[in-house]
Ligand binder design. Structure first.
Ligand code: CMP
Length: 142
C-alpha cells in the first residue's frame, strides 16, 4: 500500500446530469482526497492530446467529439492505492459489465458515454496528472 495520485475526469454526461457533487462525494467517502480540481471545456487539441494513445482506434474521432461536447471536471485524487481505489469506484469501462453500485453502473449510458475517466496505472497517472496540472496547483493532503 502506498499513497498515490491519480487523474479523474467527470465527463460531459456526468456534468450535464449534475453529478459533480455526487461523484466527488463518492471519492471523498471512500478514502480519496481531492488534491486539485477544476471545470474546463476541452478544446479538440487538448482532447486529442490526452487520448493520443487511442489515436489509431476506430472510436477515436467519436471519443474526441464526445469529450469536447461540454465541460468536464478534472481532478487529482490522492490516497492509499488511489489508482486502483478510483478504478473500483468507477467500475468497468463498459457500464453493462460494471459491478452494481459503481459510478458507471449507476450513471453511464454506454461504453463511450461512460461518465468518468480514471488513470489505469502509475505511469499513466503521472503523465495524465502532469497533462492537466502544474505541481503548484496541487495540494498534498496526506
Ligand atoms: P476512458 O477510461 O476515458 O478511456 C478511453 C475511452 O475510450 C474509454 O473510457 C471509453 O469511453 C472509450 N472507449 C473505449 N472503447 C470504446 C469503444 N469500443 N467504443 C467507443 N468508445 C470506447
Amino acid at each position: 500500500m502506498s499513497i498515490q495520485r491519480t487523474l479523474s475526469i467527470i465527463k460531459p454526461d456526468g456534468v450535464a446530469k449534475n453529478l459533480v457533487g455526487e461523484i466527488l462525494g463518492r471519492f471523498e467517502k471512500n478514502g480519496l482526497r481531492i488534491a486539485g480540481t477544476r471545470m474546463q471545456w476541452l478544446s479538440q487539441q487538448e482532447a486529442e492530446g490526452f487520448y493520443a494513445v487511442h489515436s489509431e482506434r476506430p472510436f477515436f474521432g467519436e471519443l474526441v467529439e464526445y469529450m469536447t461536447s461540454g465541460p468536464v471536471v478534472i481532478s487529482v485524487l490522492e490516497g492509499e492505492d488511489a489508482i486502483s481505489r478510483n478504478r473500483e469506484l468507477m467500475g468497468a469501462t463498459n457500464p453493462a459489465e460494471a459491478a452494481p453500485g459503481t459510478i458507471r453502473a449507476d450513471f453511464a449510458d454506454s461504453i463511450g458515454v461512460n461518465t468518468v475517466h480514471g488513470s489505469d496505472a502509475e505511469e499513466t497517472a503521472a503523465v495524465e496528472v502532469a497533462y492537466f496540472f502544474r505541481s503548484t496547483e496541487l495540494c498534498a493532503r496526506g
